[in-house]
Design a protein around this ligand. Structure first.
Ligand code: ZN
Length: 463
């Protein structure tokens, strides 16, 4: 996807939206103006643009929001959705059931899974995706290279996190030995992928499309030394750090038994309680831990569907946010969700939080904030996740003409409460990537056929 095409220099007015959510309180009641991949003007209700306009898009039947941002996923797991042996299990036995199957992952399968997952997310209004890939068996030492190629093809912005596992079954870990690497192999590849693929706003004035972060699978699937060294490498190159933490009570017990520490204390002991870190799930924290996470301004990727499927618990979103931590949303790996749909995840976030907080304490606007600006903060981006002058022109636009919306009165509330699941239009860096609900430049049937064949091939190789 080009972000520099001549057509992009023209100004486009996204005019008179049915409703618009800017994620920052700014008035854009009469739409916004886009030029060269960025937002150059917000048009207040009742006003017309100051900018000279080349073309107009009539958005009077669209609800417009910033492109949704998914902060946690394992795209390869789209190959093992609703896999019978793993159904209805708790986290640790669920992982132990799936690891031997995942160990069979091949390059063609990862490419197909990344393409399909990114396309599925894009169609749900998601413009930026963080993926956590931590499986590097011998056949897949260049997993991140494969994912970059698939991401460039589909066109979402991505934050690919180079995951790692160094403690296999031989050393008391959960994953099979064939899926783990040595600390040295891992650190060398971390440096290589940062140097090869990581873009910054300096190298990419139109906004980074591919960024890299470093992400041990969990603090308990790698050595203490690797946790510390990974942080050193990340901080040398100015990239972010990510891992799973505090997902279940089982993890608290495991950590106390193995290290004599609760997970957050262990995280702090290896230099990871910091602002450049974001944690997937972040459920089982006590009051004092919530305060420390807030003080450190650490990010939390709240994954409502996954937490419900695995019966993990409910994230303390409001307390974490009030303490100063950043909260965003993630769909998590497709084996635990099992869908990759960000606008549905916004609804799930609203619903699960209503089980912890009162109905007037969490609204659809809180859930939309987490899926946009909150998520941007979690992954360390200040150029996406909101509609404001100078931000990237990444938009998700939904129509409300399906039966499920009929009779609704507040369009923005209807988007979340009536259960929108597919965007009519998506724009990334000023270019349409979805129009009339259709992915541009790709044959979705081809992507799906390749993916479904890869999933069958993977399961057959395991049986
Ligand atoms: Zn996960």
């Amino acid at each position: 996807m080009s972000t520099h095409s001549a057509s992009n220099i023209k100004t486009v007015w996204i005019k008179s939206p049915l409703a618009i959510y800017t994620a920052n309180g700014h008035d854009a009641g009469n739409g916004l103006v886009i030029q060269s991949g960025k937002i150059i003007e917000l048009v207040k209700a009742g006003s017309t643009p100051v900018s000279k306009i080349d073309s107009i898009f009539d958005a009077s039947s669209h609800v417009v929001i910033p492109g949704l941002i998914n902060t946690h996923h394992h795209l390869y797991q789209t190959l093992t959705r609703a896999f019978p042996p793993a159904l209805n299990k708790r986290l640790f036995p669920w992982l132990q059931t799936l690891y031997p199957l995942w160990a069979k992952l091949q390059p063609n399968m990862l490419h197909a899974a990344t393409e399909l997952g990114l396309a599925e997310l894009m169609l749900s209004g998601c413009t930026t995706v963080a993926d956590h890939h931590y499986l590097f068996p011998d056949a897949l030492t260049e997993a991140i290279d494969i994912q970059v190629s698939a991401a460039n093809s589909i066109g979402n912005r991505v934050m690919l996190t180079r995951g790692s596992m160094s403690l296999g079954q031989d050393n008391g870990g959960l994953p099979p030995q064939s899926t783990v690497q040595t600390d040295e192999q891992i650190l060398d590849d971390c440096e290589r992928v940062i140097k090869t693929f990581h873009q910054t706003s300096q190298t990419q004035p139109f906004g980074p499309m591919v960024q890299i972060a470093l992400a041990p699978c969990s603090p308990f699937s790698v050595t203490t030394e690797l946790m510390k060294e990974t942080a050193n490498v990340a901080r040398n190159y100015g990239v972010r750090l990510h891992t799973h933490l505090a997902e279940t009570e089982d993890e608290n017990s495991f950590c106390l038994k193995s290290f004599g520490l609760r997970p957050l204390d262990y995280l702090e002991s290896v230099g990871w309680l910091a602002e450049d870190v974001w944690l997937a799930h972040g459920i089982h924290f006590n009051d004092e831990e919530v305060r420390r996470l807030g003080q450190a301004k650490t990010g939390i990727s709240h994954c409502p569907s996954s937490n419900m499927v695995l019966a993990s618990g409910i994230c303390r979103t409001k307390e974490l946010q009030a303490a100063g931590a950043h909260v965003g949303l993630g769909v998590d790996g497709s084996a635990s969700n099992d869908g990759s749909n960000m606008i549905q995840e916004v609804r799930q976030a609203l619903l699960i939080n209503r089980l912890r907080y009162q109905a007037d304490e969490i609204t659809h606007l809180d859930a939309l904030y987490w899926g946009t600006k909150g998520s941007a903060k979690v992954i360390g981006r200040d150029d996406i996740g909101e509609l404001a002058v100078g931000k990237q022109a990444d938009l998700a636009m939904f129509t409300l003409d399906a039966p499920r919306f009929s009779g609704s009165h507040d369009p923005l509330a209807a988007l979340v409460l009536c259960g929108a699941h597919s965007a009519d239009r998506v724009m990334i860096a000023g270019e349409w990537t979805v129009t009339e609900g259709t992915l541009q430049g790709h044959d979705i049937n081809r992507i799906q056929a390749t993916h479904s064949a890869a999933a069958k091939e993977m399961v057959q190789s395991y049986l």
